[in-house]
Each structure stands twice: as structure tokens, then as C-alpha cells.
Design a binder for this molecule. Structure first.
Ligand SMILES: NC(=O)c1ccc[n+]([C@@H]2O[C@H](COP(=O)([O-])OP(=O)(O)OC[C@H]3O[C@@H](n4cnc5c(N)ncnc54)[C@H](OP(=O)(O)O)[C@@H]3O)[C@@H](O)[C@H]2O)c1
Length: 281
């Protein structure tokens, strides 16, 4: 068996490649990357893998038995077409199992919903492909909130439109473990799973950050309109509403799920007590 992962130059693809190398050794793992030089440190064969180039993808998937497609970053309509290039190339190249990193999120009624819908379209395309498939729907990465700690500290608070909604965050490391399992374990074919840790509120997130970093952050719920204005001032008029839409999704319960991580990996998702305690060390 030869296992491969796309976007090996990115953080999630890189982490998945590392888990596969741990399990099977470097000879059985191939990375695809639009920017191969950014994945060279993995110490495995890296092949060209631009989602916009179907012929290149097909050539690069020669000999690959099972592939993880890491969701791209392009706007929704382009993203659907890029993912179709990967699916078609995988079929032509004789890949037998295709695993896709999809997302949880609000499917309708928010500025983030078109992105969620583009992921749903790729899920449908994969299910219709005739390939053996498995699909994970990722919870929200928790790392950006940790990386944002200096900004939170400067503001003295976490203020957003999530309200009392619970969010099943996850980490790229835990996702990598789950995707390695979805790709390689028996009984995973045809599975659509939610991959996240225990759902927590923003107030709980603030408490965890306080414990890890010695801050005194409070959580303050603000209106969706005020939060979009806040994010737009920092991130611009394209990303501001999208971020607002993610927090609308938290408030509306789109990320409040127990998740299937343990069924997929055979162990519980890392607890937030453990995750934040390690950050404090
Ligand atoms: N769950 C969440 O909270 C969350 C948050 C953000 C994103 N996401 C999704 O998760 C995915 C992976 O996240 P990440 O942390 O690994 O992001 P990341 O570190 O920013 O990596 C993004 C990867 O996508 C690759 N890529 C972009 N356009 C491509 C193309 N046309 N062809 C091939 N590769 C392309 C990049 O390649 P280059 O090295 O060539 O740029 C890079 O490897 C993202 O793509 C996004 O869909 C999820």
C-alpha cells in the first residue's frame, strides 16, 4: 500500500503525513503539494499537487492506493472545481480509497454558509465517485485562539457573537490522528464522521486561556452586527463577515456535537484540561 496526502505543505496535511510516516515508515507515504519545497522537511517523496491542474494530479497519484484530500482554501465555486480535479485524478490514477477533510458549520443563513456548502458539494461528489470513501467533518481549530492570546490580553476580554453556544473545537494534531485512521483502518469505508473534542462555551475557553497564560480574560457576548464590524475592521470586508458567520454558527449550535473521534481512532479526543495544561508547562 502507498498512502498519500494532499497539501502536505500546509499544517494539517503535514501533520497527517507525519502520522502516516509513524505508522508505515517513509517509503510508504507520498506527499502532494502545490509548493513542494514547503514539504521537503517531511523526508518523504513529495510530488507536485496543484488542485487547479488535473493532469498534474493524475500523474502524481500514480501508484497511490489511498489518498487524503485536504480541503482547499479557494472561494466556494473554485474550491468545488479544484476538489473535482482531485477526485477525477484519483479515479483515473487507480486510487482505491479517498478520504476528505470536510468541515462542520452552519449550512444556511450565515456568511460562512457558502463555504460550508462547498464542502457539502465535495462530499456529494466523493460519494458519487464510485471510490471507497470516508469523510471527516472537522470542528474548529483551537490553535488560532491560542495564537491570538496577546490580542486577547490587550483587550482584556473575548468578545464575539457566539453567546452561550458550545463549540466542539479540535486540534490539527488530533485531526491528523483521525485522518490516518480513516485512511488505513478497516471498517471506515463509507463513514461520515464528526471530528471534534468536547464542546465548550466561550466563557469556558476564556477560563482555559486564563489558566494556561495567567490572563484575566472575561467573555462578553456582543451582537452579530457588532462582531462583524469588529472583525471587518481588523481583517477586511471579505474575511470579517466570514468569521462572523462562524461565530453565528457557534451560537446557533452548528458545532455542538459529541463527535465520533473515539469511534474512529479507538481512543478519546484529547481533553481541554490536558491540552491547556500542556500549554502552561
Ligand atoms: N477547522 C478549522 O478551524 C479551519 C480553519 C482554517 C482552515 N480550515 C480548512 O482546513 C484546511 C487545512 O488547514 P491548514 O491548517 O493545513 O491550512 P494551511 O496551513 O494554511 O495550509 C493550506 C494548504 O492548502 C494548500 N493549497 C492552497 N491552494 C492549493 C491548491 N490550489 N492546490 C494545492 N494545495 C493548495 C496550501 O499549499 P501552499 O503551501 O502551496 O500554499 C497549503 O498546503 C484549509 O485548507 C481549510 O479548508 C479549517
Amino acid at each position: 500500500m502507498t498512502y498519500a496526502v494532499t497539501a502536505a505543505s500546509g499544517q494539517l496535511g503535514h501533520a497527517i503525513a507525519e502520522r502516516l510516516i509513524d505508522r508505515f515508515g517513509p517509503e510508504q507515504v507520498i506527499g502532494l503539494a502545490r509548493s513542494p519545497q514547503n514539504a521537503a522537511d517531511l523526508g518523504i517523496e513529495i510530488r507536485a499537487g496543484d488542485y487547479d491542474d488535473r493532469a498534474q494530479l493524475e500523474a502524481s497519484l500514480a501508484g497511490v492506493s489511498a489518498l487524503v484530500l485536504v480541503s482547499g482554501m479557494a472561494p466556494p465555486d473554485d474550491r468545488i472545481l479544484q476538489h473535482r480535479n482531485v477526485i477525477a485524478a484519483a479515479k483515473s490514477a487507480g486510487v482505491s480509497r479517498l478520504v476528505y477533510t470536510s468541515i462542520q458549520g452552519p449550512e444556511d443563513g450565515t456568511p460562512f454558509s457558502p463555504i460550508v456548502q462547498s464542502n457539502r458539494q465535495t462530499e456529494a461528489d466523493i460519494r458519487a465517485s464510485g471510490l471507497d470513501w470516508a469523510i471527516g467533518r472537522n470542528g474548529i481549530y483551537i490553535e488560532p485562539d491560542v495564537d491570538y492570546i496577546d490580542s486577547y490580553r490587550a483587550r482584556g476580554e473575548i468578545a464575539n457573537s457566539a453567546g452561550d453556544g458550545c463549540c466542539g473545537y479540535t486540534t490539527r494534531a488530533e485531526l491528523a490522528e483521525a485522518y490516518a485512521a480513516l485512511l488505513t483502518r478497516g471498517g471506515m469505508g463509507g463513514r461520515l464522521v464528526n471530528l471534534n473534542g468536547a464542546p465548550i462555551t466561550q466563557a469556558q475557553l476564556a477560563a482555559y486561556l486564563n489558566a494556561a497564560f495567567g490572563t484575566d480574560l472575561r467573555y462578553r457576548a456582543i451582537s452579530p452586527e457588532a462582531y462583524v464590524a469588529d472583525r471587518t475592521a481588523e481583517l477586511g470586508s471579505f474575511f470579517g463577515p466570514i468569521i462572523g458567520g462562524i461565530y453565528d454558527g457557534i451560537r446557533l449550535g452548528a458545532y455542538d456535537r459529541p463527535g465520533d473521534f473515539e469511534m474512529v481512532t479507538g481512543r478519546a479526543h484529547q481533553s481541554w484540561d490536558e491540552y491547556f495544561a500542556a500549554l502552561a508547562d
